[in-house]
Write a protein that binds this ligand. Structure first.
Ligand code: GTP
Ligand code: MG
Length: 583
């Protein structure tokens, strides 16, 4: 497809489909100083608020800056379980206007409080004391993670707590399957899955706050540093509970890019020299990792993984419940996140399909939270993008077409790699493609069930498969570091499992009775049936797992269900008899 087909619209973009993502929204500002309105709202009401008003989608980097600035004005407060919310907020508002506040549970009850002005944080910190602990000592590090202590516990304990905690984790898969079974169409199922699993507004705020707290620690060494978020926390494909990928950015430190001054002299900082960029990254992460370990409030289980291809510090941040990865010198990963964000913003079907494929893959242990030879969520997103580029007409443009639309300020060369593409979504035309998600899901499984993985590589820059340059079982060209394969870790067995499951899923969706609910009741059908746990995960401990057993067993069980539950031969209660487990 010619690049011109995607050419400029420069007019407000209406979102397609019923789904709006969190960062696509303009949030109704909660009344300032209205101490009860914030948290008294039910979770559902609050979620609805988030999807009520649509605003023009902002460029990725603008959104990141806004979010980080918001986080700088925020604090995280550990509260006693019986805290009276009204009194609590009244007390805090003595430091300044409060924009938002919400409560959640993670090893205790926490409140994220965002003030209108940054000065309020300084005022709050001025009135926050350093605890004196008998028999132990503390390191007097003043962070924005604080605890609320009741001066007179008797005062408040008689008042019933009005705190309502917002959930920060995804619902279990069996609950999701039930929810999906109540939908009317497969399209609705995919949108429901996305809405259920996507990051919420409050969760995004919490993510940026943790990032900002980390920056405060790193600033002890590098006062002008920034810590940025990348990966699924910001690329639009994050599921509640996903990890927090952070990047310590030292490029903005003043003096780095300044030119030599006019006149006879230039002053230069004396600095230690190291053998390579990689060695510098390792040293920086080593000391910051040590600092997080020794002094980072709430940071536990710190591991310095400095010999990885991309050196990182991994730890758990207990007050937020996030598993965190801190990297440095990782600008290309931020560009990948921006690219995925852009694709996800172009058409609501992109996010719905990525969420669905990720969820399907997780339900069948195609992906895992443990590193290994599994396909990663990032690779899956690339596969969905490639598939959508190949529709006729294409649903999303190729990376080369996005590069063709770039303006002068979009030009970016990182470590010698061309990372240029358009950042303004309004410059990209909407697609003429009107395929339903049901069609796309079926076709996705067929496409990859029959893809020539042994010979071809997936290339989202060109939107075309190309001959594989090496023998890795799955080859997905890195969009920016083009000689690299983003799925180099995947072995033949894992690829075969993916292909086999894709074929089975395509087949299941073609069966009569799979595209709409039959009779009353919430029996799994359509997407819900595809997410049923397979025998490999539910089968008894100690049983030897046979190769490809899960899929074939599932098909057998589904076939029997279909045979026994044709629309006109439904069982007594008119419900189909899908087991939630295959045996
Ligand atoms: P989750 O599984 O939800 O965490 O998805 P994720 O997209 O955040 O994946 P992950 O945490 O594994 O990686 C974070 C980000 O690093 C990705 O979004 C990519 O931008 C980048 N990334 C991950 N793996 C690769 C890879 O193999 N190559 C390249 N170039 N970038 C990668
Ligand atoms: Mg991640």
């Amino acid at each position: 497809m010619a690049a011109s087909l995607w050419m400029c619209r420069l007019r407000p973009r209406a979102l397609k489909g019923p789904l709006k993502s969190i960062d696509n929204l303009c949030f109704k500002s909660q009344s300032k100083h209205n101490t009860s309105s914030v948290a008294v709202k039910s979770e559902i009401a609050q979620r609805k608020d988030q999807t009520d008003t649509i605003a023009e989608r902002k460029p990725f980097y603008v959104l990141q800056e806004e979010r980080l600035e918001q986080a700088e004005r925020s604090v995280l407060i550990n509260c006693p379980p019986k805290t009276n919310e009204k009194k609590f907020l009244k007390h805090l508002s003595s430091h300044g206007e409060i924009n938002t506040c919400f409560f959640y549970e993670s090893f205790g009850t926490y409140a994220l409080v965002e003030f209108s002005k940054k000065e309020s944080i300084a005022s709050l910190q001025e009135w926050t004391i350093i605890p004196s602990i008998q028999h132990e000592a503390t390191v007097p590090f003043k962070s924005r993670l604080v605890s609320l202590k009741l001066n007179n516990p008797g005062d408040l304990s008689s008042v019933p707590s009005s705190i309502q905690c917002l959930r920060q984790s995804a619902i279990p898969i069996n609950e999701l399957v039930q929810r999906l079974s109540g939908a009317d169409t497969i399209d609705q199922q995919l949108y429901t899955l996305t809405e259920t699993y996507q990051l919420t507004e409050d969760n995004v705020r919490l993510r940026f706050l943790v990032c900002s707290l980390l920056k405060d620690i790193a600033a002890a060494y590098f006062p002008e540093c920034t810590v940025k978020l990348f990966g699924s926390s910001v690329n639009g494909f994050g599921k509640l509970g996903c990890d927090l990928d952070m990047f310590l950015d030292l490029d903005g430190i003043s003096g780095r890019k300044s030119k030599k001054t006019a006149g006879p002299f230039t002053l230069e900082y004396q600095m230690k020299r190291v053998s390579s960029e990689r060695a510098a990254t390792q040293k920086i992460l080593s000391v910051i990792g040590e600092c997080i370990d020794q002094f980072g409030p709430g940071c536990v289980g710190v591991q310095k993984i400095l010999n990885a291809r991309c050196p990182l510090v991994r730890f758990a941040h207990q007050p937020s419940g996030f598993q965190c990865d801190l990297t440095a010198n990782n600008r290309i990963a931020i560009k990948s996140s921006e690219l995925l964000y852009l694709y996800g913003s172009l058409d609501a079907r992109v996010r719905a399909l990525v969420f669905t494929v990720r969820c399907w893959a997780r339900a069948h242990a195609i992906t895992s939270s443990i590193p290994g030879a599994w396909i990663t969520n990032f690779s899956l997103a690339m596969m969905v993008i490639f598939f959508l580029q190949k529709r006729d007409p294409p649903i999303i443009p190729t990376l080369d077409q996005l590069k063709g639309l770039a303006g002068p300020t979009d030009k970016q060369l990182i470590e010698g790699h061309d990372c240029t593409f358009v950042s303004n979504i309004n410059r990209i035309n909407t697609t003429e493609n009107t395929e339903t998600l049901e069609q796309l899901l079926k076709e996705f499984f067929e496409f990859y069930g029959n893809f020539s993985f042994s010979k071809m590589s997936i290339n989202i820059r060109k939107g075309k498969e190309q001959s594989k340059p090496d023998v890795s079982p799955l080859h997905i060209q890195n969009p920016f570091e083009q000689p690299l394969n983003v799925s180099k870790n995947v072995n033949q067995t894992q690829l075969e499992r993916f292909v086999s499951l894709a074929r089975d899923s395509a087949w299941i969706l073609q069966q009569d009775g799979m595209s709409h609910p039959l009779g009353a009741g919430a029996q799994p059908w359509g997407l819900a049936a595809l997410l049923l746990p397979s025998a490999s995960q539910t089968g008894g401990k100690g049983k030897k797992r046979r190769k490809r057993e899960p899929a074939s067993e599932r098909i057998k069980s589904l076939l029997e269900s279909l045979k026994n539950n044709k629309p006109n031969s439904a069982n007594g209660n008119g419900k189909r008899n899908f087991s939630t487990q295959s045996h």
